[in-house]
Write a protein that binds this ligand. Structure first.
Ligand code: SF4
Length: 212
């Protein structure tokens, strides 16, 4: 079944443990959330329908085995699941970036989930599907995008409550131009918590440029 696609582009993966690798990004249209700091508002509506065959042709034109499925919120389109299965069958490494508000249990075992837990500073933390924590695999990653100290404390409490640092990789990133990475780094070191501080590498390289 066709998928509504906002954009496909080839770039450097700027986040997650795959940070720095060349990757094809498939951005699906539509999002059920409205985060205060959203940098992909263009993905809410814009897009056109492409068949899996057309998508495979585009993806296959790049020399990488890494594909990131992102959005918007990709899980809003259920037909993404068989598409991800087909990518895995073709030998691709697939990262699925999801906002955490929809069940991740529908995803195939082989996909690497990078799931946000929305902090209060996003304005969307009430929409989190907490059941998802039960389906996190050791190969998955949970990401907190932090706006301020309150978000940081909130995230630490969530880590403690679910013992999350022992279950998967934890990513802490700072809202671009709002929370300084240096400040966040110092909090992490002072508190000695086991999380990975990540910059948004693509923004360091290209700034806030679409398709990067
Ligand atoms: S989940 Fe992502 S795409 Fe949706 S509003 Fe939040 S930041 Fe934007």
């Amino acid at each position: 079944m066709d998928l509504k696609i906002n954009e496909i582009f080839y770039s450097i993966q700027g986040e997650s443990s795959y940070l720095g690798y060349p990757c094809v990004f498939v951005r699906l249209s539509g999002c059920n959330l409205r985060c205060r700091y959203c940098d992909t508002t263009y993905a809410y509506e814009e897009g056109s329908y492409l068949s899996p065959k057309e998508l495979f042709e585009i993806i296959g034109s790049y020399k990488t085995r890494l594909v990131t499925i992102t959005g918007g919120e990709p899980l809003l389109q259920p037909q993404v699941v068989p598409f991800i299965k087909s990518l895995l069958e073709k030998g691709y490494q697939v990262l699925v970036e999801t906002n955490g508000s929809l069940p991740i249990s529908v995803l195939p075992e082989g996909a690497n989930v990078v799931m946000d837990i929305k902090c209060p500073g996003s304005g969307m933390s009430d929409f989190m599907c907490w059941e998802n924590i039960n389906f996190i695999k050791p190969t998955d990653e949970v990401k907190f995008v932090l706006t301020n100290r309150e978000d940081y404390e909130w995230a630490k409490a969530v880590l403690k409550k679910y013992d999350l640092s022992k279950r998967c990789q934890i990513l802490f990133s700072a809202v671009f131009k709002e929370l300084k990475l240096k400040e966040l780094a110092e909090w992490i070191l002072k508190d000695q918590i086991w999380v990975r501080l990540q910059p948004q590498l693509h923004k360091i390289i290209w700034g806030e440029k679409r398709g990067r």
